[in-house]
Write a protein that binds this ligand. Structure first.
Ligand code: 5RP
Length: 226
């Protein structure tokens, strides 16, 4: 039986099969994607020509160090394929992302992609989203008002993400509020209404964006949800 890290590696390697020569690839963030980066870099060393657009500084450094040619989103007309992880997915291919705090750039890269594929271990597949706290990227100015509005509107706890005793700062200089919705019945409606709160930059709900989810299981099998 595979442990979670081995499953992440399995789906990371599987995703490389989707990369064709000459493609521009959006590369997501997180531990699952780090396995994809390693497998993609091996193909590049074998002669695969491709370029990649990262979704975080962490991914940029990891991919560049392994010899993958990196571009900025503004430097490419479009992305052929984006590969990313997720914190949760359901069978409608709706996602919660942002556990690593890279949700804004991840969403922009996914939106620019002709095909967006998520790779994850079986623990991430849920009947309903919401067990994982929903990340909200907010401007630091007046963030307490945003947290208060979320708590008032939805009767949920909204907690400022901290790192080493200070507010966590995203790659784009924003704060993250982790919102503890017990269960999310209407993910699309929630995404729309959260965007109406002044100060919200982006939500970790990815709706109608994902084309395919590749889930790995402890027995070594892989399922493709489309
Ligand atoms: C980062 C993300 C990641 O894709 C998500 O947190 C999954 O990470 P991991 O593969 O480490 O479980 O959304 O913002």
């Amino acid at each position: 039986m595979l442990d979670t890290e081995q499953i992440k590696k399995l789906v990371g390697i599987k995703a490389v099969d989707l990369v064709m020569p000459g493609m521009t690839i959006g590369i997501g963030s997180g531990s699952t994607v780090s396995h994809f980066i390693t497998a993609l870099a091996a193909k590049v060393r074998e002669g695969l020509i491709c370029k990649a657009v990262p979704t975080s500084l962490q991914t940029f450094n990891l991919a560049k160090d392994q010899g993958i040619s990196m571009m900025e989103l503004n430097e490419v007309p479009a992305i052929d394929l984006a590969i990313d992880g997720a914190d949760e997915t359901n069978h409608h291919l709706q996602l919660i992302k942002g556990g690593g705090g890279a949700l804004l750039q991840e969403k922009m890269v996914a939106a620019a992609a002709k095909k967006f594929v998520v790779i994850a271990d079986n623990n991430k597949m849920k009947d309903k989203l919401g067990q994982f706290p929903l990340p909200l990227e907010v401007v630091p100015y007046g963030w307490k008002q945003v947290a208060f509005r979320v708590e008032q509107n939805y009767n949920v706890q909204s907690i400022l993400r901290m790192k080493e005793g200070k507010p966590f700062i995203s790659d784009h200089g924003h704060y993250i509020l982790d919102c503890h919705f017990p269960v999310i019945d209407d993910a699309a409606g929630l995404n729309s209404s959260l965007h109406l709160i002044p100060g919200v930059v982006e939500t970790g709900l990815f709706i109608d964006m994902c084309d395919e989810v590749i889930i790995g299981y402890p027995d070594g099998t892989v399922h493709y949800f489309k």
